[in-house]
Design a protein around this ligand. Structure first.
Ligand code: CA
Length: 228
């Protein structure tokens, strides 16, 4: 069966490039160019993945997503964001985005992300993310491990939510930076390491290792398997 993708994007050049590329891969693609049209299409269709631009005419992508999720919509959503357009990605994660891709992006990367989202089991309609004995309530931002509450900073919370959305995946530093921070990984900065260290200190104080370092590749979040 064909994979059905909804693209909500107002820039014609990007829309053409994405629509053409996905159709060449055999996907069924519908395109909407503004917020109201995107929300209408999201509500009315059965989509395997929705690609949502942040800045849209009418109302923005975050509004589309929040309204759709508030109504119980469960389609996986990948945000397409300009590099410097978002000052706080926590809002997007809380709004129910499953992943981010920063513009400009390579088509191959978009394709890989779309395929990863399609493979993922259907999301629960509720607002709790859980992996092993860790849970994050996206409404209250309350995080627990084995029932014990953890006090996290906004960035640690955003990082943990990203990990919880991608259990057992190999997550490169570039990808984590793109999703949690407003910047591309420069290959030098240790911002991520510092936050991982602090998150580990809080998260793994009384439990087993969850954030595994994969030397030269990034991180993996999960209970078992390879990594330090
Ligand atoms: Ca736009």
């Amino acid at each position: 069966m064909s994979i059905r993708v909804l693209l909500v994007e107002d820039e014609p050049a990007i829309a053409d490039f994405v629509v053409r590329g996905l159709r060449e891969e055999g996907f069924v693609v519908d395109h909407q160019a503004d917020g109201p049209g995107g929300l209408h299409a999201l509500r009315g269709g059965t989509w395997d993945v929705a690609l949502l631009d942040w800045w849209l005419p009418g109302f923005d992508g975050l509004t589309v997503l929040k309204r759709y999720r508030d109504e119980g919509g469960t389609c996986p959503v990948l945000f397409l964001t300009a590099r410097d357009a978002i000052s706080d990605r926590v809002r997007g994660l809380d709004g129910g985005a499953d992943d981010y891709l920063c513009k400009p992006f390579a088509f191959e990367e978009l394709l890989a992300r779309v395929r990863a989202l399609v493979r993922r089991p259907a999301r629960a309609a509720d607002s709790t993310l859980s992996v092993a004995d860790v849970s994050a309530d996206l409404t209250s931002q309350r995080v627990t491990r084995a029932g014990h509450r953890l006090e996290l900073t906004a960035k640690e919370y955003a990082l943990l939510v990203f990990f919880l959305r991608h259990p057992e995946e190999v997550l490169s530093r570039t990808r984590i930076y793109g999703a949690v921070w407003d910047e591309r990984y420069d290959g030098i900065s240790n911002t991520l390491e510092v936050h991982v260290k602090e998150l580990r200190r809080k998260l793994e104080a009384d439990g087993s290792r969850l954030i595994h370092t994969l030397r030269g590749r990034g991180y993996r979040f999960g209970i078992s398997g390879e990594g330090e």
